[in-house]
Design a protein around this ligand. Sequence first.
Ligand code: ADP
Length: 307
Amino acid sequence: MNEIKIFSPGTVANVSCGFDVMGFCLDNVGDEMVIRKIDQKGIRISKIEGFDLPYEVDKNVAGISALAMYEALNLDFGFEIEIYKKIKPGSGIGSSAASAVGSVFGMNELLNRPFNKTELTEFAMKGEAFISKSEHADNIGPAIFGGFILAKSVSPLQILEIPSPIDLYATIIHPQIEIKTADARALLPKEVSLQDAIKQWANLGGLVHGLHTGDYEVIKSSLQDVIVEPHRSKLIPHFNHVKKAALNAGALGSGISGSGPSIFSLSKGQETALNVKDAIEKIYSKTGIDFDIHVSKINTQGIKILN
Ligand code: ADP
């Protein structure tokens, strides 16, 4: 096999109480990529469709992660990457992570899998680190492993796979405004109160337990963020209104996806997730701000081969 076409999924990082450590994978939102073996040594990006992104291998996260993996091998041939971008960069649903993961996953398949999922995560994190200036795995992890993950530690890298109940669905609205990750980071408090910290780790423990046992009531009561959301939500127009409408329509919880501007909601069952979509759509269609909205099952497989 000399060429592979893949679907590289969008992901939701943070998941309210799991800032920087928790993430989950989406099913029908993602990029397509083609990875091809070529005679010429090295890595090249030969095509990018959808959004205007750099072709320079050392500026595009797909190239940076591919190079990290390539340099760990001693090959007498190279790889060519085509990116068909569907996830808008800066949307907060893991656009850069999808690209960083896609190249290394595709290369690994063409090489008959010399690396395991944790090693692929490490290479892909090099691409993400270029954008965010720090290594984190809360988008990369779910894109590679699928489902929910807890990035328990970055060094050494430890990704824990958390099961998810079969009926769990996500509704994601992406308002077409730009929030720079750096601006969203700058808003965060340097210190938190012990009282808030206790609430947050109780909620994260509760969420992990609820996902393991399929206890929707525990999931619902745990999907709260007392540390980050109160600061960052100010950057997202109509956030509180959207959240309230989602909860009224039956969502278990609702919060900022990554560093925003996307907002995720989780619901039990597709019907409720669609009701949540309708309720949010009703609000946002009156704001004059363009938006995309998706309903997705939790993607337990993660990144996958299309041909
Ligand atoms: P997201 O959460 O959507 O990935 P980020 O702000 O973390 O948003 O990353 C988007 C930034 O990464 C943009 O500045 C974009 O130009 C840059 N970038 C570089 N290569 C890629 C790529 N292949 N896909 C998406 N973004 C990329």
